[in-house]
Design a protein around this ligand. Sequence first.
Ligand code: 6PG
Length: 255
Amino acid sequence: MKVGADITVAADRQTLAAKGAELFFQAALTAVQERGRFSVAVSGGSTPRRLHRKLADEYYAGAIPWSKGHIFWVDERCVAVDDPTSNYGSAKRDWLDKIVIPTERLHPMPARLPAEEGAALYERELREFFQMHANQFPVFDLILLGIGADGHTASLFPRQAALLEKRKWVAASTGGSPNVPRITLTLPVINNARKVVFIVAGKDKAGMVRRLLENGDTGLPAQRVRPINGRVRWLLDREAASLLANPGYFYHQVA
Ligand code: 6PG
């Protein structure tokens, strides 16, 4: 992915979260205006936590049409919801318990089942929700992603079978930190979304951000995110963007 990546660099992690919340809000409003509902899939890990808390603040808790939303997960670690590493558990504690949204609009992944079984069950839930034919892929209004320092995204890790999945919507995987069995959306689903936004913060990600955005095809998982409608955005804080040269990138610095 070379020239033309749409990159926003935020001064710090708080500003990054504010920008992420604004994008979430805009995507939700557009989807509701156009289709009467919005569907978003969120990633886990530590970076999204500030964004989740921002989405629970007074303004967004009131402004986003949650009663028309459906929250899905990009991936999940197969641990109990009260485990601190649970993506759903973390989002619940930071965000979902603080907004008014009917529980039937929350779609956590079945993390207490064996990963293969949980992946198949979640795929059935997605097919039911999106009402798609067998050979089609769902169209999420927004998918929020992070990256690991190894170039993974979602729970799609380098050299893993789940990364190469072309047919399933949801797959089992394992790896990352914590290195536990996981359930993850697959690349065909991620690349079929209307909007895909990477939110990345921290100096430890700067080297990988440069590789993903400035090197040729590395085959790394995050670089295989190429939405068919061409719309992928990168929201970076200054640290994560610190090794990027900027010829050709469309930067708009936010406060
Ligand atoms: C997961 C995430 C994963 C995450 C990256 C970055 O469940 O592990 O979905 O893809 O986005 O590992 O995680 P941090 O934000 O904690 O660096």
